[in-house]
Design a protein around this ligand. Sequence first.
Ligand SMILES: *Cc1c(COP(=O)(O)O)cnc(C)c1O
Length: 447
Amino acid sequence: MTADIEIAQEPRVVTEIPGPRSRELHARRRAVVPPGVHSVLPVYIERAHGSIVVDVDGNHIVDVCGGIGVTTIGHTDDAVVAAATAQLQKVTHTLFTMTPYEPYVRVAEYLAQHVPGSTAAAPYKTLLMNSGAEAVENGVKIARKHTGRPGIAVLEHAYHGRTLLTSSMNHKAAPYALGYGPRAGDIYKAPNSYPLRDGLSGPEAAARTIAHLEKFAGAEDLACLVVEPIQGEGGFIVPADGYLPALAEWCRANGIVFIADEVQSGMARTGTVFAIEQFGVEPDIVLSAKGIAGGLPLAGITGRSEIMDASQPGGLGGTFGGNPVSCAAAVAVFEQIESEGLLAEAKRIEEVFGGGLRELAERHPAIAEVRGRGAMLAIELVKPGTLERDPELVNRVIAEAARRGVLLLSAGIHGEAIRFLPSLQFTDELAALVVRVLDETLTAAGA
Ligand SMILES: *Cc1c(COP(=O)(O)O)cnc(C)c1O
């Protein structure tokens, strides 16, 4: 993982950001790519390694987003590149539902060994697809088949994707669902746990969620409750202690499939393979994608065998689902989670980077909260002395950081948070640098 790093792990800004070549490319792109496909920072990347992306103008930018939590293992990780290259030369596609191959099975075996609740005697089973949204779609399908019920419960501040079903499950109508209706039906949105803003204990917040769902959906009509253990797009909201176990218990008592959407929080990101482990919950189904294959597209739906087995042969799958190259890359990611001690690295990042952020919060009253787990951290910005969200300040900080060669990303329903998704090999030096940039930009903004 740390082998020949030809790209120095530090920022180097040599032009304006975006530079002239990026601006040229952006003009070309605007002619042929629709604006609905939006780029947060129109800086065109030529190559990347570890925590650094290099743009077409030669700027070296510190990547604290990792393509939204995808390059958890770092960009162009040597072992992942080697495994994917070797697989490319063997076989790139057969269609697993035509003639299968081993890497798919190895991915399923790894997931069965690491989902809380799965045991050697009764291992969870896995279907592989291509994207997070497809994982959610299939999780819902499987839960409906198993329960024979239609209803889908989701939480406020949730994000589940941009397909027709998943865009209907998101908290934000704009930009994800607006104008693309009719939206999918039988979706029930309930209040979440948001300790900074609701002041509720976990059990209190769970009681509120459950009461809402019983009233507006009816437990016996619900196939599943889809929950992000730490909400991603919603602003890295960590629920209060006891919230998730209470929801899981209610699901079990009512025959509702508890689906943990770990598309963003999974794959060692938070210091455990799955974040749900830290909340003491055994999910019925867990969804993986983003970080699972080191940047290649792959998604997993992993669940209790009696739930997964409910679907008839041919009911699940898709042409590219579980592509062999993606699977080989995922196996390399799994091996490195072990061999490089990446779970401990996530905890190191929480301590060092999170510690730096907490220290900042003491000096900058605009930081209402530092939250998250492992290498999934966020700060929520407010008008000092209040809980009034300050998305403008978020945007100013992100823009100034970009000018200094640090790539940051907002989060939160109102864009009130800055989320940090560094790779697990993000060095303490880079963490200190990002904290310094935040400190200076917040000071310059008088916040
Ligand atoms: C990103 C994300 C998705 C959607 O994944 P895609 O691969 O973009 O379809 C679903 N759920 C969560 C929690 C996500 O963060």
